[in-house]
Design a protein around this ligand. Structure first.
Ligand SMILES: Cc1cc2nc3c(=O)[nH]c(=O)nc-3n(C[C@H](O)[C@H](O)[C@H](O)COP(=O)(O)OP(=O)(O)OC[C@H]3O[C@@H](n4cnc5c(N)ncnc54)[C@H](O)[C@@H]3O)c2cc1C
Ligand code: FES
Length: 291
């Protein structure tokens, strides 16, 4: 069982320790002196200590960020985030300098579940010896939580195949968070890897004999997540999706992140997600999410 790690009460001040370019994105790191190590798939609400929420300028509210990597060190937990600057909040975070303060709340939300647990829910008769491992499918900035998940799976000896897709060169980045030799790439403009969608690569893998005993984990734009959800549903393959919705609080208070669940009703993605099973939701095409 991959237990949700519970956030300590309140916001904590961390020091930014690095900020480097990675293709079209940036990776910035901060040292969390007192927080716990997060589970893969969880997220933090982030705000810069200065240049945030000032008199008339946006951003006001903290912004949700998946943790892309994390490692316990002597003086705290190093947290890595992958950022795509799309507006005032992400723009400020992308420009953080080492030594600046970062206010964090987290880790928040539900993490990814191990393949054994996910498969057991979908096909209780699957024996542990027949589990083919994990297939990680990422699109654009959505590759972030898969980097930490891949590392945690490999630490447990679980094989993980990684498929990453990007729109074009400008929207390709973050590969430094992965071990590139094991990744299969797709790009819509054909400048790297397969020309087309990353879901084309997934469809090929799921046509294999062992597909039913694999567990698929995906994060990316809503259209990609919906394609993954449908492919897995058609082939009765267990899958989890790390989704996005506009998040004002991140801990269940504002209901801004409500998404429809299969069979009626809603869930708050910040507390019941952001990682959800494919069969839990009506659709991954959530209005207001995705860039
Ligand atoms: C659980 C979760 C994890 C996330 N992880 C990352 C990450 O690792 N790296 C990263 O760069 N971004 C991530 N995001 C998206 C990030 O939170 C938004 O891009 C950010 O809030 C936009 O703020 P802004 O002030 O820069 O732009 P705004 O002016 O607020 O918005 C700019 C554009 O981004 C879209 N947008 C706004 N908020 C969201 C949102 N919550 N989700 C998706 N699109 C949004 C808007 O529709 C608009 O087109 C995550 C979001 C969630 C909910
Ligand atoms: S973001 Fe406020 S309830 Fe989910």
């Amino acid at each position: 069982m991959n237990e949700r790690v519970v956030a300590p009460f309140g916001r904590r001040l961390c020091e930014v320790t690095r900020n480097v370019g990675s293709g079209g994105y940036r990776i910035f790191s901060a040292l969390d002196p007192t927080g716990p190590e997060p589970a893969a798939g969880q997220f933090y609400m982030l705000a810069a200590e200065s240049g945030w929420g000032s008199s008339e300028e946006r951003p006001y509210l903290a912004r949700a960020f998946s943790v892309a990597d994390a490692e316990r060190q002597q003086d705290g937990v190093r947290l890595d985030f992958l950022v795509q600057a799309v507006g005032p909040g992400t723009g400020r975070l992308a420009g953080l300098e080492p030594g600046e303060g970062l206010l964090i709340t987290g880790p928040l939300g539900q993490p990814f579940s191990p393949p054994r647990e996910l498969l057991h829910q979908r096909r209780p008769q699957t024996s542990p010896a027949n589990i083919a491992g994990a297939i990680l499918v990422g699109g654009g900035i959505g590759i972030a939580p898969l980097a930490l998940w891949r590392r945690r799976l490999l630490d447990r000896g679980t094989p993980a195949r990684v498929l990453l897709g990007f729109r074009d060169e400008e929207h390709l980045g973050g590969l430094a968070l992965f071990d590139c030799s094991e990744i299969r790439l797709a790009s819509e403009d054909g400048h790297r890897g397969h020309q087309g969608y990353v879901t084309d690569l997934l469809a090929v893998l799921l046509a294999g004999d062992d597909a039913g005993s694999a567990a698929v984990y995906a994060c990316g734009p809503p259209a990609m997540l919906e394609a993954v959800r449908l492919l897995c549903a058609e082939r009765a393959v267990a899958c989890e999706l790390a989704m996005e919705a506009p998040m004002a609080c991140g801990f269940g208070a504002c209901f801004g992140c409500a998404v429809p669940v299969a069979g009626g009703g809603y869930m708050r993605l910040c507390v019941d997600g952001p990682v959800v099973r494919g069969d839990q939701i009506e659709t991954a095409l959530v209005p207001g999410s995705g860039h």
